[in-house]
Write a protein that binds this ligand. Structure first.
Ligand code: NAP
Length: 282
């Protein structure tokens, strides 16, 4: 039996994960902005489910909730940093508030959650963190620049701290789902006021495809969540868990293109080094 701490459990991957873990007999500390949304599960699994209200942009409350979870439950084996959403629109269409809220939620919220749990995981001799990134943490599409900024950002943060925390028995996996029909592309998405000048551009065309239902995700959210749960049994922890064939194809193509582009400018990269014979100071 494991104990899990999960953010953003009102819908989508978070809610499915809570249901699956409770069914299998694990203990779950579920956090969400509207705790009443888990009332049905609380009735059914009173002894296994611990619930607290948490908006991950509230760093002070986040630390209090993490402190309370470890105090009440003693040990937490797996922390799932799941809360997040996408803001949609060309960069100049977005409002300052939309930009700030997206970064506060997806990037700073995830960083601060990690910083809050690290002392406890270290003290208990280890633990696992699953960070919801996205295939959009390795590729990018027009009209999602701020979402990508947060997901590429969180990938950079974890790429660095994986090595910092490994000596303490803490293992981390970046989960990278492809598009999935959760509340993500629907109610959760924050859409910018459109500017007509973008209508015939890539950003505008993606907007039209979205509103026409032109994009059909193929990732099954329940299978994706099962893969996330199963990944905790893998040792060593996979650094990345890419989920969905659409994501695999897009990331594969993007990585190949990046490597080809890197190789093409190899001579320029090396030519910028000091000449070893006449090393100049700068
Ligand atoms: N579905 C996809 O296509 C997809 C693909 C790749 C990655 N992801 C990632 O997967 C994660 C979960 O998304 P999902 O697909 O399950 O979408 P979802 O159904 O919209 O769930 C998102 C969850 O995050 C919560 N949330 C948003 N802002 C929050 C905040 N400030 N504080 C606390 N909770 C907050 C939402 O709570 P409220 O009900 O209170 O809004 C909801 O519980 C996200 O990090 C997302 O970026 C999703």
């Amino acid at each position: 039996m494991k104990t899990w701490f999960i953010t953003g459990t009102s819908s989508g991957f978070g809610r499915i994960m809570v249901e699956k873990l409770l069914e299998k007999g694990d203990r779950v500390a579920a956090t969400l902005r509207k705790p009443e949304m888990l009332e049905d599960l609380k009735q059914q699994y009173a002894n296994q489910l611990w619930v607290e209200a948490l908006d991950v942009t509230d760093t002070v409350r986040l630390r209090k909730v993490v402190d309370k979870a470890f105090a009440d439950l003693s040990r937490i084996d797996v922390v799932v940093s799941n809360a997040g959403y996408a803001v949609f629109g060309a960069a100049e269409e977005l409002t300052d508030d939309q930009i700030r809220r997206e970064i506060d939620t997806n990037l700073i919220g995830s960083i601060q959650l990690t910083r809050a749990v690290l002392p406890y995981l270290r003290h208990q001799g280890g633990g696992r963190i699953l960070q919801l990134s996205s295939m959009g943490g390795q590729i990018s599409l027009p009209a999602l620049s701020l979402y990508h900024a947060t997901k590429w950002g969180i990938e950079g943060f974890f790429e660095s701290i994986i090595a910092e925390t490994a000596p303490f028995g803490i293992e981390i996996t970046l989960v990278e789902p492809a598009g999935a029909n959760t509340n993500f592309g629907h109610g959760s998405m924050d859409v910018s006021p459109p500017m007509n000048v973008y209508n015939e551009t890539p950003a505008g065309m993606i907007r039209t495809a979205r509103t026409n239902g032109g994009y059909q995700p193929t990732l099954d959210p329940k299978k994706a969540v099962q893969a996330m749960i199963d990944s905790v049994g893998l040792s060593p922890a996979p650094r990345r868990l890419l989920l969905g064939g659409q994501g695999y194809d897009l990331v594969h193509q993007a990585l190949q293109e990046r490597l080809t582009a890197l190789e093409a400018q190899k001579d320029i990269a090396f030519a910028a080094d000091y000449d070893t014979k006449t090393k100049e100071s700068v």
